[in-house]
Design a protein around this ligand. Structure first.
Ligand SMILES: Nc1nc2c(ncn2[C@@H]2O[C@H](COP(=O)(O)OP(=O)(O)OP(=O)(O)O)[C@@H](O)[C@H]2O)c(=O)[nH]1
Ligand SMILES: [Mg+2]
Length: 198
């Protein structure tokens, strides 16, 4: 983790006890990444949404999210203070496969990731989980409960996606700040348990 306090050490207003770090919010198309960053960020999030057009018909599956009219074409960015001396900078990935080439740049320097999954489309989670497994970046799985329902139990999700028992799988509502903040707290705790960060 790096000290993210702006300005020179000793400058007025600079708190050297403040630590800032980078977190990635990833997952398949339309699982709620932009919603997650927007609900938890204490600054107006930076978004890069583009309108979905006719060109995406047959390419992007909107059956689970029929009200979705935009998609992220580069990244989401937000900030959240977990407590008075820990600031997280959140980077949300684009979900469409054609933009996945950006993921490697987006994860550079991150201490961990939230992988959001939608239990109605569990198979979409394989590729994002593989991505973080391959790079050995700590991650937690956030199960975004669309319509308040989890279509599979936590242990069924773990089995289906062959997720290691040490990886937290946490139900959430991406629209709810308390819920998304809890996931970030669990991610930081999970990342701190990794031998490479101790
Ligand atoms: N009912 C419900 N709708 C949600 C929830 N989270 C997101 N949505 C809706 O689902 C749609 C997709 O949300 P986004 O946040 O754009 O998803 P995304 O993962 O950023 O999508 P891409 O960037 O296109 O991959 C939007 O219409 C949201 O309003 C949720 O927890 N419950
Ligand atoms: Mg998005």
């Amino acid at each position: 983790m790096s000290n993210g306090a702006p300005g020179r050490p000793g400058s007025p207003g600079v708190d050297l006890n403040v630590t800032s770090t980078k977190i990635v919010v990833a997952g398949g198309f339309g699982v709620g990444k932009t919603t997650f960053v927007g609900s938890v960020s204490e600054i107006t999030p930076l978004t890069t949404e583009a309108l979905m057009t006719q060109a995406s018909v047959g390419v992007d599956d909107l059956s689970a999210t029929p009200n979705k009219v935009t998609t992220t074409v580069a990244m989401d960015f937000g900030r959240v203070s977990l407590d008075k001396d820990l600031i997280l900078y959140l980077f949300g990935t684009p979900g469409q496969h054609r933009f996945w080439f950006m993921w490697d740049d987006l994860v550079r320097g991150a201490i961990g990731a939230v992988v959001l999954v939608d239990t109605r489309r569990l198979s979409d989670a394989f590729a994002p989980i593989d991505f973080f497994e391959d790079r050995e970046l700590p991650y937690v799985v956030g199960v975004n409960c669309f319509d308040g329902k989890m279509h599979h139990r936590t242990e069924e999700i773990r089995d289906a996606l062959t997720i290691d028992p040490s990886v937290p799988i946490i139900p959430c509502d991406a629209r709810n700040r308390q819920s998304t903040k809890q996931i970030l707290i669990q991610l930081v705790e999970h990342a701190l348990r990794q031998p490479s960060l101790v």
